[in-house]
Ligand binder design. Structure first.
Ligand SMILES: Cc1cc2nc3c(=O)[nH]c(=O)nc-3n(C[C@H](O)[C@H](O)[C@H](O)COP(=O)(O)OP(=O)(O)OC[C@H]3O[C@@H](n4cnc5c(N)ncnc54)[C@H](O)[C@@H]3O)c2cc1C
Length: 298
């Protein structure tokens, strides 16, 4: 089936707004967009399309350019939202939200993934980013992930070692789509897991700028240091471009106000990066992913 046939069937949409699908709530449209609920449809779509592909999870680590993305944006749903338990393992589809997975495991007395309760991403995004916090990360609990190669159409069950998961890093490239992941867990009472999750959420409430539009940590922490401390020490708390400012609460969070746009984030990231480099000699590496074309930073 051709891409035109898929569009005629309504599987792919033209110029679909993505702003509501990210935590920043801004950014332009996808030239082409498909919400895909099954592996069979995903195979069909990948075979029919020669457009560059970006998968959007819960958009919590992404800044989409104000002009949008000129290729195909895929959002997984349907079968990719399923969670299945087997012995001490849990398998979750790539679209499953991390807080939902944490709570589902806790309800089954399966511990380990409590730290996911505070990370507003999806399983797919967590594998790609090796999401982590509170002394743990995805790599610690992941057994394997199911990976679809959009160019060959092949699906492999890749063990954790083959994903090269390091601090906010995996070896996965844009041509690969995470379909789901299998995790190990440890026996832990639901009450104990619930208590751990309460502690995590109250810690986040205290130290992170809750109730704002942001994408979590903007920069990765450099080895042995914290990006937030370096930004703070460079005197950049409150620094702003347009409607986006360095949070007064946590300097590695850039929060957006009404009227802000994606270019503001991009420009602020570049300004902060330069100022921190001038002040400390350390060149921070962005953790957020910029999608689409951005103008030259002012
Ligand atoms: C308030 C807040 C707090 C946060 N706290 C943390 C934290 O403590 N620790 C942490 O690690 N992160 C944190 N984050 C960042 C973010 O939640 C994580 O990086 C998360 O793993 C991203 O998941 P996502 O589904 O939102 O990915 P998206 O933002 O949608 O995408 C991120 C990248 O992954 C790719 N991707 C997403 N899904 C797939 C898939 N199925 N297959 C292939 N590629 C895919 C995208 O193309 C993109 O390159 C925070 C974010 C916010 C807003």
């Amino acid at each position: 089936m051709s891409f035109a046939d898929l569009a005629a069937r309504g599987l792919v949409e033209r110029n679909r707004s993505l702003a509501g699908m990210t935590t920043y709530k801004f950014g332009g449209p996808a030239a082409w967009y498909a919400e895909v609920g099954s592996t069979a449809t995903l195979r069909e779509l990948a075979a029919a399309s020669d457009l560059p592909i970006v998968v959007i999870g819960r958009g919590s680590n992404m800044v989409i350019a104000d002009d949008g993305y000129p290729g195909l944006v895929i959002k997984l749903s349907g079968e990719f939202n399923e969670i299945a338990f087997s012995g001490d393992k849990v398998r979750a589809g790539a679209a499953v939200s991390l807080p939902r997975l944490a709570r589902a495991c806790a309800a089954e007395s399966m511990g380990g993934l409590e730290f996911y309760v505070g990370i507003p991403g999806s399983v797919g995004g967590a594998v790609v980013m090796n999401a982590g916090g509170h002394g743990s990360d995805t790599a610690e609990w992941l057994v394997s992930a199911s990976i679809f190669d959009t160019q060959t159409g092949k699906i492999v069950e890749e063990e954790t070692a083959g994903l090269d998961l390091r601090y906010r890093h995996s070896r996965l490239t844009a041509r690969e789509i995470v379909l789901g992941a299998q995790y190990r867990t440890v026996a832990r009472s639901s009450d104990e897991s619930e208590a751990m999750m309460r502690e995590i959420t109250s810690w986040r409430r205290e130290y992170q700028p809750g109730g704002t539009f942001n994408a979590g940590s903007v920069f990765k922490n450099p080895p042995g240091d914290a990006a937030g401390r370096l930004i703070d020490d460079a005197g950049l708390k409150g620094e702003r471009v347009g409607g986006v400012a360095v949070s007064d609460r946590h300097a590695n969070f850039f929060v957006a106000e009404a009227g802000a746009c994606a270019q503001d984030v991009y420009d602020l990231v570049h300004r902060v990066r330069e100022r921190v480099a001038d002040a400390s000699g350390i060149l921070l590496e962005p953790e957020v992913r910029f999608v689409g074309d951005f103008g030259t930073s002012s």
